[in-house]
Design a protein around this ligand. Sequence first.
Ligand code: A2P
Length: 272
Amino acid sequence: SADASAGQAAPVKVNPNGPTEETVLSVEHYTDRLFRFRLTRPQSFRFRSGEFVMIGLPKEDGKPLLRAYSIASPAWDEELEFYSIKVPDGPLTSRLQKIQPGDKVLLGRKPTGTLVLDALTPGKRLYMFSTGTGFAPFASLVRDPDTYERYEEVIVTHTCRDVNELTYSRTLIDSLSADPLVGEMVGGKLKLFTSTTRQHHEHMGRITTLIENGKLFADLGVPPLAPATDRAMICGSMEMIQDVKALMLKAGLTEGSNAAPAEFVIEKAFAG
Ligand code: A2P
């Protein structure tokens, strides 16, 4: 009968749609505001390079506190990598920044997102425009062989306030020439363009300024943006996305989605 278990201890409820508990494998701190960490990846966890997923920690009452994070590792990787900001009074990141190898982190089961190669139509040159932690989905895509199979040239831009905030993107891109999977493909194809807005650096200025005044293209030795050849992915703050999007539209590019692939796609940088 329905109350056959009355009087017995209630069984632990495992939510089949709820997050799984993954183990922290490594943590690397870049600045007092930025760090990355790697987690175990469940066998059943499938995603496309560039997508995001909910991750988090249990609250004091045991319920999960989750936020959207771009997956920074490529789809083929056995582990999952995330790049995060540390906010001293942030509900999640104030605690997440203290994780150590062996600790547990909650991982959602449904990765999704628009910054995927399938949301773009074929082209010659792929731009990935990022600011701050908006570089994370591109850390995934630059490690995916598909990116180089689909485009002749891949240009990643990363703009931050200060030089030390560029460490993750610069060391990652530098390491790719020795990568066993994409090392042979990146040579001559992949370019990282970094700029800062508040501290002296080789290139200075917002990416919007550098697109508008043409300095980005002059420095890279490429022609101005054109819908016939160029595709773009944009990830940064809400304002940054809207401003870069306006420049894409001005250049004649059309916004795409998973349902209707086109010439550029956008996503807000999470946990900013
Ligand atoms: P700036 O220093 O001029 O504000 P944030 O940490 O505030 O998200 O900023 C990350 C980087 O993005 C900074 O270099 C910042 O420049 C730049 N940025 C902020 N807003 C925009 C925008 N609307 N368009 C382009 N770049 C932006």
